[in-house]
Design a binder for this molecule. Structure first.
Ligand code: EPZ
Length: 417
């Protein structure tokens, strides 16, 4: 059990860089086995989820090492297509290995993935996309067996722009015979990052960032590389922490357009947002204002992953904010914990209503999930007195040395293992 000791009431001030993106790194790690090649990645965050992906690669016979932000993988030694349940259950994005293994081996055996409990999180769209390319898939008691042999290109229409299903379809399509067109594709920046990496691996792929991604095969290269972009959700968390503490924080080396919806709401709440191409500064007002209604949506809409941290930033904002969560059924689990600090939040189904209170008082909290836990840190920073946040390792799945990052900005935070 990890315990965060947070003494609130200090303004966050200063400038910092943002860690590499978890959700860009994970599919790229899976993609490294699409064909036999050596891969060099830079700016990969040191996180439990990244470590889990590296262990899956090693289990499959690949060499996979991380030194600081550098990851090197040699997938030429791949000698298996089965991932045991204990490795699958460590995180949700282990499911992306399915598309990669089918592309490389023509088969995959794995079990249903783990990850944050945010709702049902089925994988029907992943399976349907792979079936349309010719994969035969059997499901039995949480075990999934995919047999494909040689896949064929297909016209796939996703009824919802699932990030993971788009990624799985892109990977499987790389070695399929003929052209694959994925319509209704997710447009998140992480899809663009995966496309960039796959191109260095020799894939002919285009359209990432639009709702139609086209894959026309792969002329396999022996070496591939890429640099992981900064994490837009960690960046969102840092600006929300600045807002919650009346602070003044500049994030350097990051493209603010990737989280502009978050910045827009903070601006509406009364923060000055000063953006350039590669940096953003958030200078918070003394007391924030409520922002009306926030509705989560697939990119370029307001990100569900930033919903809990924005909620935390607005707990003391004057007036009422309504948040509608449209992506996951169960993503307000942080609300009950935040109320222990004195917040006034009412949750009804997929809507939460927050009435800003004058002050929050530190309390003992338990992290419910990754972003919910981050929200509790943000709220604790804006509360008076000490908040103790107990966490079974959710937060360190996605935030790299976050305690040190916050201390460098003036926070009084200690993470005890
Ligand atoms: C990715 O998850 C992210 N994870 C999540 O980040 C993020 O919350 C999510 O996209 C939405 O932006 C990674 O990139 C590793 P989805 P993913 O498939 O791919 C439903 C974080 O905190 N759905 O776009 O699993 C699903 O149940 C995490 O870093 C189906 O119904 O998300 C959900 O309601 C958590 N059937 C919605 O779509 C399917 O086959 C969005 O899921 C697939 C998804």
């Amino acid at each position: 059990m990890e315990c965060w000791h947070i003494r609130g009431g200090r303004r966050l001030e200063g400038a910092c860089f943002v860690q590499g993106s978890k959700n860009a790194s994970l599919p790229i790690l899976a993609a490294s086995l699409v064909c036999p090649a050596e891969t060099e990645l830079e700016n990969v965050p040191c996180l439990r989820d990244v470590d889990a992906a590296l262990r899956i690669l090693r289990h499959l016979g690949c060499r996979a090492e991380q030194r600081g932000g550098s990851v090197s993988i040699d997938s030429r030694g791949l000698n298996g297509s089965e991932i045991p349940r204990r490795l699958m259950e460590e995180m949700r994005s282990s499911v992306i290995f399915m598309g990669a293994l089918i592309a490389r081996c023509g088969q995959a055996r794995l079990s249903l993935p783990g990850g944050c409990q945010l709702g049902k999180r089925p994988i029907d769209l992943h399976l349907s996309a792979l079936r349309q390319m010719g994969a035969q898939i059997e499901e039995d008691g949480g075990e999934i067996l995919c047999r494909a042999g040689k896949l064929h290109g297909a016209e796939i229409s996703l009824p919802f722009p699932s990030v993971g299903a788009t990624e799985n379809a892109m990977l499987a399509a790389c070695t399929a015979e003929g052209k694959t067109v994925i319509r209704g594709a997710a447009r998140e920046p992480e899809i663009g990052a995966l496309q960039d990496y796959l191109r260095t691996l020799g894939a002919r792929i285009s359209g990432a960032g639009t709702d139609t991604v086209t894959v026309e095969g792969l002329q396999a290269k022996e070496h591939a590389s890429c640099r992981i972009a900064p994490d837009r959700i960690v960046a969102s968390t840092l600006v929300c922490a600045a807002a919650a503490t009346g602070g003044d924080v500049e994030l350097r080396g990051i493209d603010p357009r990737q989280f502009s919806t978050v910045l827009d709401f903070l601006n509406r709440a009364g923060c000055d947002i000063i953006s350039s191409d590669r940096s953003v500064r958030c200078r918070a007002a003394q007391r924030l204002k409520a922002v009306g209604e926030v509705v989560t949506a697939p990119y370029p809409g307001f990100p569900t992953d930033a919903q809990p941290v924005l909620m935390a930033a607005l707990l003391r904002a004057e007036g009422r904010t309504k948040i509608k969560e449209t992506i996951f059924e169960n993503r307000f689990r942080q609300a009950a914990e935040l109320c222990r600090l004195g917040a006034d939040i009412t949750v009804s189904g997929r809507t939460a209503e927050i009435w800003g209170v004058e002050r929050l008082q530190g309390a003992a909290l338990t992290a419910t999930d990754l972003r919910g836990g981050a929200a509790m840190i943000v709220a604790g920073l804006g509360a008076e007195g000490e908040t103790l946040l107990f966490d079974e390792g959710h937060i360190t799945r996605g935030y790299e040395r976050f305690d040190a990052r916050l201390r460098a900005l003036g926070a009084d935070v200690v993470l005890e293992y």
